[in-house]
Design a binder for this molecule. Sequence first.
Ligand code: SAM
Length: 231
Amino acid sequence: MSDHEHRHDGHDHRSHDHAVDQPDPETWFEPSGWEERYSSEEKVWSGNPNPQLVAEASRLTPGTALDVGCGEGGDVIWLAQQGWRVTGADFSAKGLARAARHAAEAGVEDRTDWWQVDARTFDPAGRTFDLVTTHFLHPPGGTMVEVTRRLARAVAPGGHLLVVGHAPSEAFAHSSLQHRAMFLAEDLLPALPDDFEPVVVEQRTRTMTREGVTREVDDSTLLARRADSPA
Ligand SMILES: C[S@@+](CC[C@H](N)C(=O)[O-])C[C@H]1O[C@@H](n2cnc3c(N)ncnc32)[C@H](O)[C@@H]1O
């Protein structure tokens, strides 16, 4: 989806990609579409961490983290550099391979590992993390609520869930399919289990430059904390 066009530091460093101009609804949301995007020689993303991750994770004590839809690993690497032990998850094998290579280049391979999962069917299989984060995943047709419900199951007691994506916007919609994949932070509240308390539920405006055009975009930002285990 147009998730593909945001960029972390407000600048779009994505390599030019014909799929952006003419998204194929059959493959856009599927691993094959992402494998193709990650087959180019160039980096698709800047490698800089996403601003809402930096804003929120900087306030937390480093522990274990899971980044779902980690792409080329910019957020994973930044978290590892802050002292977290991080699992990067994505359904694209090529994306994960690139992320692992970038983590090695950044000297954080001993703090990172990789997990090939589809967020739409994600099952944490008993693993839990102090922080579960996802940025610009945008599964189709409103399924981000279900994905959020699944991700919440991977949050350890006392841990945090951070979900960030595009608020519905013409800036990112190349098709109605993509438009329907965007969400507001409050859309995700029904996905939170009873022992989660919302901490941030808002659209945060940031300035982004893409292909020479600077505009304001809204990052839908949900941060929720899971209660500690009862003593
Ligand atoms: C727009 S990119 C964002 C990458 C990274 N989070 C960032 O902000 O730079 C979306 C990423 O999510 C992955 N992805 C999309 N749908 C997915 C799904 N259902 N399960 C797992 N990964 C998915 C894609 O392979 C891609 O790497």
